[in-house]
Ligand binder design. Structure first.
Ligand SMILES: NC(=O)C1=CN([C@@H]2O[C@H](COP(=O)(O)OP(=O)(O)OC[C@H]3O[C@@H](n4cnc5c(N)ncnc54)[C@H](O)[C@@H]3O)[C@@H](O)[C@H]2O)C=CC1
Ligand SMILES: O=C(O)C(=O)COP(=O)(O)O
Length: 410
């Protein structure tokens, strides 16, 4: 399918070593201009590279701020090749007419498996026993070692990952309680705690699976850690901003907590060559992992295919289904029509200007699709027009006041 840019002119910028399955998906769909970087880029370079790109693919490291997005004048869409989308200013992207896609389930299982493994390891005191053996020590003892069976697992954020962990934990015989801001269907025998405090006071292992939002920022600080049971364990594979890391270090030093497993940090190295600095470094009872909760080959492969296919679909066909910041439209193929895409500020008068344009030009509309949210309107118009007429229509659409982005698909 031909788009208003010939496919060979569409520039795809892929950062942070997204899976090769993404590169292959773009190539199979006919995209040849693919710039691939193993790492995230420093801010100035990111700004410069993204200004040239039509499609950009990132993971959790690259921060797409309002300033960077405003500079990306050619940008059609953003793909987060991960679950979290907090690294993108979604409001700014929406206001610019740029849909953002992610992979909401493809690494769920990988995070859940890691958390279950960590719960078992922490309950057995393996991190400190392992560290001691590496130093030539030997403590064969059952002191401080427990089975998971019958222990209480407290899940904070009972969404895709939290529920998956609950199911796996029950298979081990754990008792699962959870806390969420939404009312959630309990899976298996899991029970909602009456509050976050209730959960913290009852759980042997607390595991965090909330997104990064203003409400979750530092939601686990000194006060919350003090409410956890003496000798209990904390796992954080959500976002580094959720836990006050200095307060966690203090709770571990005072032995109020028996151990922790931490995958995400308030400040993370930009790439594999940069140094990792944290107050938790050197604590034998802490499992430290470099934000690899979702980093399995299976997950990355699936994410590459899933997000690339959403980006290709939007680029080729205009469908925005499952965009996280944008009016969602599922579109049929349009074999016998030219398809015009018009994204505009949702202000009075834009739609009537669009329709006037077609009636004045005596152009027959084969199909029209419209979806709006309070800020943005997305209208898709299939017309019986030849290539030249469609190009003229596209220019006229782009000149309508309030237009954010417009494209034509031939
Ligand atoms: N370590 C890693 O590599 C990975 C980390 N993640 C992180 O895990 C997070 C969760 O992922 P999913 O389970 O897929 O998301 P989800 O959206 O399915 O679940 C999040 C749950 O948290 C709840 N929640 C939101 N704010 C809350 C609050 N203030 N208090 C209590 N509950 C609250 C929501 O209602 C929802 O049920 C992601 O947003 C991402 O930041 C995700 C994948 C990999
Ligand atoms: O999926 C997520 O939200 C993650 O945190 C995983 O991020 P990553 O793709 O490993 O940088």
């Amino acid at each position: 399918m031909k788009t208003s840019y010939p496919k060979e002119d569409i520039k795809v910028l892929l950062l942070e070593g997204v899976s090769q399955s993404a590169v292959e998906s773009f190539r199979r769909a006919g995209y040849s201009q693919i710039e691939f970087h193993e790492k995230s880029l420093p801010e100035a370079e990111l700004k410069a590279r993204i200004a040239e790109a039509h499609i950009v693919g990132i993971r959790s490291r690259s921060h797409l701020t309002k300033d960077i997005l405003e500079n990306a004048r050619r940008l059609i869409a953003v793909g987060c090749f991960c679950i979290g989308t907090n690294q993108v200013d979604l409001e700014a992207a929406r206001a610019l007419g740029v849909p953002v896609f992610n992979a909401p389930y493809s690494n769920t299982r990988s995070v859940a498996e890691l958390v279950i493994a960590e719960a078992i390891m922490l309950l057995r005191g393996i991190p400190q026993k392992n560290a001691l053996c590496h130093r030539g020590g030997w403590t064969k003892s059952a002191a401080g070692s427990f089975e998971t069976r019958d222990k209480v697992l407290g899940i904070v954020g009972y969404g895709h990952i939290g529920t998956q962990i609950g199911v796996l934990a029950e298979a081990l015989g754990m008792r699962v309680i959870f806390h969420d801001v939404e009312t959630k269907l309990s899976l298996g025998n899991a029970r909602a705690a009456s509050s976050l405090d209730d959960l913290l006071e009852r759980a042997d292992v607390v595991t965090l699976h909330v997104p990064e939002t203003p409400a979750t920022k530092l939601m686990i600080g000194a006060t919350e850690l003090a409410k956890m049971r003496k000798g209990s364990l904390l796992i954080n594979a959500s976002r580094g901003t959720v836990v006050d890391i200095d307060a966690l270090a203090a709770a571990l030093r005072s032995e109020h907590l028996a151990g922790a497993a931490v995958d995400v940090f308030p400040v993370e190295p930009k790439g594999n060559d940069d140094a990792f600095v944290s107050p938790l470094v050197g604590m034998d009872n802490v499992i430290l992992t470099p934000h690899i909760g979702g980093s399995t080959l299976e997950a990355q492969d699936n994410i590459g295919i899933e997000v690339a296919s959403k980006l290709v679909r939007y680029s080729d066909n205009g469908s925005t289904l499952s965009a996280v910041n944008f009016p969602e439209v599922t579109l049929p193929e349009h074999p016998n029509s030219r398809r015009l895409l018009h994204i505009h500020r949702n202000v009075p008068g834009v739609l009537s200007r669009i329709n006037e344009l077609f009636s004045a030009g005596n152009i027959n509309i084969d199909a029209q699709f419209l979806q709006t949210d309070p800020q943005v309107g997305y209208v898709v118009i299939d017309v019986s027009a030849d290539e030249a007429q469609a190009a003229i229509l596209k220019d006229k659409l782009a000149a309508i006041p309030g237009t954010l982005r417009s494209r034509v698909l031939y």
